[in-house]
Design a protein around this ligand. Structure first.
Ligand code: ZN
Length: 372
């Protein structure tokens, strides 16, 4: 008897959750729309939206355009439901994003602010965030929380940033960062955040590997709305796969890691967009560097694909900027592929420099959605 009761409650909760997500996604809907699209009876759909209205999550916004017969009430997410912020911390910049529940970006800004340990840095990040939110006309009370993306290993069990070589941080408790912000904080690794942004808004991408090619090389495995974490929260750390036995020294101290061959600095010390411009104009030095870079990248992508048999999304600064040069990677991977596949399972990320901040904010939204 108890079991039946729980099951019914679970079904109700799932239906309510589905309806709310549907309204968030569509913007403006009617009860008949919900009933038809989510395969719920009209009385059930109406009962659920009534409940969501009572909880202040949904509001009526006049009537829908008539498609014949009586006009249906137009329903939309209530304007008073909050928004989520995302902060991406990198070595030299912070990226800030404000996202509404539908996942739409309301504002994005990238600010030059070199990382430093100590209170001054976080006070400045917080000040920049408050200015950013103020510019959006967004009061503190409307922020559901902030997602913070870090280039490092994020230990969710021990609640600390276990290690970030690029920032020179180890065993930094979340609380040492979150205490500066007057909002609930959620922490994510940058590649995980990028993968999350890529996956959560896409209906067709059930599972893929996200390879982040930036100042360091990282990766993440996205699977049906979830990120694989691994036993030590290091799942997807592709930067330290060996691609050359006893090869170049990696910052981790080992030899021949992918990071030593495919981080941004293997292409340029300057802006990666400028590098691809030079490559486009046929500059010899750039062509030589790209030939080498793309060969090592192809080895890594082929290995990842052999292991996981899924799409591989190229993100980070290099993935975001390579444009049509992805064909070189696709061709080189295809040549290596044992099963004569073409390389079209490799694609470029949809979100560029905003990816990690966006993904971090979407994590906040997802946590809110789950408890509707
Ligand atoms: Zn390494």
């Amino acid at each position: 008897m108890d079991k039946k009761k729980i099951t019914n409650m679970e079904v109700k909760r799932k239906n309510r959750n589905d309806v709310f997500r549907y309204i968030c996604r569509k913007g403006m809907v009617s009860n008949p729309d919900i009933s038809y699209e989510l395969k719920l009876s009209l009385p059930t759909a109406t009962q659920i939206t009534k409940e969501l209205i009572e909880r202040g999550l949904v509001e009526e916004k006049g009537e829908m355009e008539s498609t014949g017969g009586r006009k249906a009430k137009a329903l939309a997410v209530s304007g008073s439901v909050g928004k989520a912020a995302g902060v991406d911390i990198t070595k030299n910049h912070i990226s800030l994003v404000l996202t509404e529940l539908s996942g739409r970006i309301l504002k994005y800004e990238r600010i030059f602010l070199p990382y430093s340990t100590g209170d001054d840095y976080y006070l400045e990040v917080c000040r920049k965030l408050e200015c950013f939110l103020e510019d959006c006309g967004c009061g503190r009370e409307s922020i559901l929380g902030i997602g913070i993306s870090f280039p490092g290993i994020i230990d969710l069990d021990q609640e600390l940033i276990a290690d970030s070589h690029v920032l020179g941080v180890s065993a930094l408790p979340f609380s040492a960062v979150s205490r500066f912000f007057p909002y609930p904080c959620h922490f994510l690794n940058d590649a995980n955040a990028g993968a999350y942004a890529e996956g959560i808004q896409s209906e067709e991408m059930g599972r893929f590997f996200y390879l982040s090619l930036s100042n360091t090389v990282g990766g993440a495995v996205y699977s049906n709305g979830k990120l694989e974490q691994g036993r030590n929260f290091r799942c997807g750390e592709a930067g330290h796969m060996t691609v050359v036995p006893d090869g170049k020294v990696c910052y981790c101290g080992k030899y021949g890691c992918l990071d030593a061959y495919c981080s941004v600095k293997c292409l340029t010390d300057g802006r990666v967009e400028d590098f691809f411009d030079r490559l486009k104009h046929g500059e010899q030095e750039a062509a030589g560097l790209w030939k080498q870079y793309s060969s090592y990248l192809a080895i890594a992508v082929n290995n990842i694909h052999m292991l996981l048999d899924c799409d591989v999304v190229l993100g980070g600064y290099v993935g975001s900027s390579m444009g049509d040069f992805i064909r070189d990677i696709q061709n080189k991977v295809s040549e290596r592929n044992t099963f004569a596949e073409d390389g079209f399972f490799i694609r470029i990320c949809r979100h560029k420099t905003e990816a990690a901040a966006l993904g971090a904010s979407l994590k906040v939204i997802e946590l809110f959605m789950e408890q509707v």
